[in-house]
Design a protein around this ligand. Sequence first.
Ligand SMILES: [Zn+2]
Length: 302
Amino acid sequence: MIALLVLSAVAAAPRAWAEPREPFHVVGNVYSVGSAEVTSFLIATPKGHVLIDGGFVESAPQIVRNIDKLGFKLEDVKVLVVSHAHFDHAGGLSELKRRTGAQVVASRADAEAMARGGKGDPQFGDAIPFAPVYADRIVQDGGVVRVGPTELVAHVTPGHTQGCTTWTTVQREEEQPLHVVFNCSVSVPDDYRLLGNPRYPRVVDDYERSFRTLRALPCDVLLGPHASFFQQDERRARMADGAPNPFVDPAACGAYLDRSEQAFRAHLEKERSAPPPAAPAAAPAQPSAAPSPPPVSASRLR
Ligand SMILES: [Zn+2]
């Protein structure tokens, strides 16, 4: 598995993540319409739909097909939001915006990153660009997106990106209100530089604050931009008529945060004991070859 993912090099890398998946009903009016590892979710209402995350550029047609397979109309997608402005979640948004005519809503920092097409990333530099997409509305921390009866609340949880946005909504199933959390991601890719990163000096504080924010959110259903964050395939396989919905699992939220925070602290510890070479911005020019972006392997992007 890892060997497959480490095919490396930006162009080829994470495409196993984009393997098609059948769409399915997750909980309430939330549907999974994304691919194997890189997820997208449709929140469907009689007054229009919200799509969370656009996957890679090649995910867009899959998402369109999946929405169609569920019997929903693409033109009823009224709002596009994103977990974070990386090419595996924002790469398909430009095409999806064109095809749906939907409004793109994003946090300020991620809206800026998307407008730059992912270039100038504080960790990846220009290594993982995507088609630029422009936000129609900037949402602040605590801001609300309303479509029909559905309210999505934006929680800006920076660190993984500067505008990383966790979206929450309350869904009902069998009369029960369920707090659904679309976690932005608090993972720390291997290549991230947390200490002394001149492009993102506050990154450690941001992660710390985001962990606190996320732990305080009511959470019955954990979802996120990567299927592996919340074991999408395994839970889906356990879905059965008449059985409790395996996606309703309050313990999953804390467990994910515990794992992520442990990994964050381990990464910090590693940087403290073996400082990485100077960050790109401060690096001395290579004597001969023109600088080229380092290959970014798929396993390092989550
Ligand atoms: Zn990412």
